[in-house]
Structures are given as C-alpha cells and as structure tokens.
Design a protein around this ligand. Sequence first.
Ligand SMILES: Cc1cc2nc3c(=O)[nH]c(=O)nc-3n(C[C@H](O)[C@H](O)[C@H](O)COP(=O)(O)OP(=O)(O)OC[C@H]3O[C@@H](n4cnc5c(N)ncnc54)[C@H](O)[C@@H]3O)c2cc1C
Length: 457
Amino acid sequence: MVVGDVTTAVDVLVLGAGPGGYVAAIRAAQLGHHVTLVEADMPGGTCLNRGCIPLKALLSSSERYRQARQEEPGVMGIHVEALTLNWAAMQDWKQGVVNRLAEGVRKLISGNAIEYVHGKGWFINAQEVRVEGEYGSHHFKFDHCIIATGAEAAPVPGLPYDGKQVLTPEQALALPALPAALSIYGDDYIALELATVFARLDVEVKLYSPGEQLLAGFDPAALRLVQAGLRKLGIAIATKTPVEKITTITEHPVIISNGVCPRTADLHVSDADIELTANNGIAVNSMQQSSVPNIYAVGDCIGGQALASVAIKQGKVAAEVLSGQRVQFAPLVIPRVVHTTPELATVGYTTQEAAQAGYNVVTGRFPLAASGRALTLAAENGAALIVADADNGLLLGATLVGPRAGDLIGQLTLAIEMGATLTDLSEILYPHPSLSEIVLEGSENAQGRAIHILTKP
Ligand SMILES: Cc1cc2nc3c(=O)[nH]c(=O)nc-3n(C[C@H](O)[C@H](O)[C@H](O)COP(=O)(O)OP(=O)(O)OC[C@H]3O[C@@H](n4cnc5c(N)ncnc54)[C@H](O)[C@@H]3O)c2cc1C
C-alpha cells in the first residue's frame, strides 16, 4: 500500500481503545452506528494492560501472602509454615487476569461488529484522520470522531524515566525482580497502593510525599487509620520532599507517581482546529464535544480526573450525544477508592468540605469494631463516617474505611445521586451479618439512634 493512497469514508471513528474509547465504540455500535476503532497498542488501554487491573491483581496476591504470613501466628486457628513467595509466578498470574479481560474486550469489539484497526492515528484536517499501522497508511474521512488517546506519566525535569532507577507506576508493576528496597514519590492513591503491594511482599519501602499530607481531600480521621496501616506494614513516610531532591536522598530505585499529562502531542490537533486547554488536554463541553462539534474527546486526554470510571462514563456520553441524545457528563459526585490496609473509599463532601460549603452539618460514625461481620473477618480496623445536612437529613458525603470499602461506596454514591436522606438509609433492610450494616448504623448514629454503639442521651 502506498502511503496515504487509500481513503475510506466512515461513520464513527474512535481513536484509542482504552476504557474511554472501547466503551464509546461499543455504545455507538449499540445505537446503530458503523464504528471504526483505531488503537496504536493493545485494546483495554492503560487501565486494563498497565494500570488499574495489574495493580489490583498485585494488591490481592500481596494481601493473600501477607495474610498467610500472619503477623500474629495462629489467628483463626491457622498457622502456616514454610511459606514461599514467587514473584515471577505472581506476575504470570497477574498477566493471566489481564489477558483474560483483554480477550473479553476483543470479543466485545468483534461481537459488536466494530472495525478494529491496529495503528496510530492523527488529524489531517477536521474531517480526516491518517492512520499508520503494520499494513501501511490509510486515510479515514469521518462523520463523527471520538478522541480517547489517554495520558502518560507526567515528566519530572531532570529525572527521565529509565524503567530501572526511575520508574513510572506502570513500569513498577512489571518489574522483572523484586528489589530489596524501593522509594516511592507521590501522595496519591497510586503511590499508596504501590507502597502497599511492595511492603506486603517484604520490600523495604520509603514513601516520599511532596506536601505535608497524603491523599489531599480525604477525611483526616480516615487518613489517620490508613497512615497507621502503612506504618504497620513497615513503610517509612517522609513529607515535604521536593521532587528534584529525590534521587539525591535515596540510592534505591524510585517510583514516581506525579500525575499524568494528556496524550495529545502527536495528534496534530491544530490541523483540525481542535482547541486545547492550558494543560494540553482537548477542551470539551459537558457533552464531550471539542471546539469542532463533530469531534468529541473523552477520558484522560481531556486532562480532568484521570480515572477509568470517568473515561467510561464520558465514552457513553459522547456516543449518545453523536446519536442525537440530549445527555451530558454531569455526575454529582465521583467516588474515590484507595486499596491500602485498611481500604479507604470516599464520595461527596467530607465534614470539613460540607461546613465550608455552608451546610449545617450532622455526622454519624460507626466503628468496625462494633460490626459482627467485621469481627468474623478479623478486620476490626476501620469505620463508616456519614455526612448529612442537619436541616433536612440529605446525605452529603461518606467515607468508609475497612474491607471492601471500595465496593460498599457504590451504594452511597447511588444514595447521593438520588437525593437520599438519613431516613432513607436507615429504613431499608440490610443483609445480616454484612459489612453494609456499617452504613445503616452510621446513618442511625447521625440521628442519635444507632443500636450497636451507645448513644449519648
Ligand atoms: C498504575 C495505575 C493504576 C490505576 N488505577 C486506577 C483505578 O484503580 N481506578 C481508576 O478509575 N483508574 C485508575 N487508573 C487510571 C486509568 O488507568 C485511566 O484513567 C484510564 O485508563 C483512562 O482511560 P482512557 O481510555 O482515557 O485512556 P487509556 O486507558 O490510556 O487508553 C488510551 C489508548 O489510546 C491509545 N492511543 C494513544 N494515542 C493513540 C493514537 N494516536 N492512535 C491510536 N491509539 C492511540 C493508547 O495506546 C491507549 O491504548 C490507574 C492508572 C495507572 C497508571
């Protein structure tokens, strides 16, 4: 094929097959469009191949190892001897999970009759994209285009990522061997989750945070529990460390979790008159439309919150808008989860944020130590914190600390989006014994009527 010699007219062209792109492609196909999905690397994007899924897989395997090793031998009557750790086998298992999910995405793409093109695309003008791949070059003239090219680790001046001494989180997840010691720079959930994985696997971990506090914006009481959990794993924490000092402070390999930059540099957006934001993300409105109305952008490439959950929802919105539906990306709240020991999840306002926003705040708290289910799981370190409007009982926010906090936060997200009140949360039946009962008792506590902790008259 001669470079640039063939032009195909397509209905919907999607650039990038991460969670934003492949979800947009499937939703557009469901709505009757003929979709062409272009991916330079692997379907599933960062989340599936190098981010969320590999990290959560290693969090699970390292947790099992830690539990089997038991700090307090004999807990639950189980005493394990001759326990061994095989990092290569752990990596193989993790890759098996990734491969299985990636195969599922491939089947969904073909099952929805989406044309999959392996190659890298960029704009020639506001109607055309050129794609270069293993079979040469091809032009696509589109009716609608959705950009979903993601983001990459933000560079740190003077500290190039070499995958050995200075690593991105993605590179750290694929380390060929476990180092004896590691430094981690960052204060976000990825830094804390990586610290948790490696410390559970007996690597000496030191966590350097740029500011005074880890996980800005989370409830301070919940953070104290998480920080105590990190210290229990032997993780040393140093705050207020300037990033440029990091390699002079430590001789160990350093993982840097410093946020991401939208991947827009190679898209030639100016040739299509697509406007960028100050941080080089694609500028979009609430319907995910760029400055060129039939070109949309979703996920990390717009430079908002770099979360797969956000990319997925925006992908659906873009597909529905180009199909003529009147929808927009306007969530009231975005849940956030940190898979540490204990696990932390939050949605909506913290107590402080609700007060700053002018609410007359009432809070309810319920400790895991008073939960029957938590004790049967030998996991009593944690709590539910419920934040509501004292004037009408409207749920404003919640923070959960403890096992499966990241799964439980879904019900509270729904409750906030539906305008539920403390009474709504207290009047339904919860399975017993279950961790979800901490939401019930936390809500009751906010109303002075929790049953399983003493309520002051
Ligand atoms: C270690 C780690 C852990 C994470 N954990 C979580 C988590 O627990 N929860 C969560 O919600 N988020 C998590 N994230 C963030 C999440 O991975 C991203 O927010 C999400 O992948 C963004 O989806 P996306 O579709 O916008 O981009 P991506 O997933 O990055 O996909 C973009 C795709 O576009 C392709 N592409 C780029 N340029 C071109 C081009 N010119 N032509 C064709 N294809 C192109 C890329 O190859 C890539 O496959 C994590 C990220 C990392 C790094």
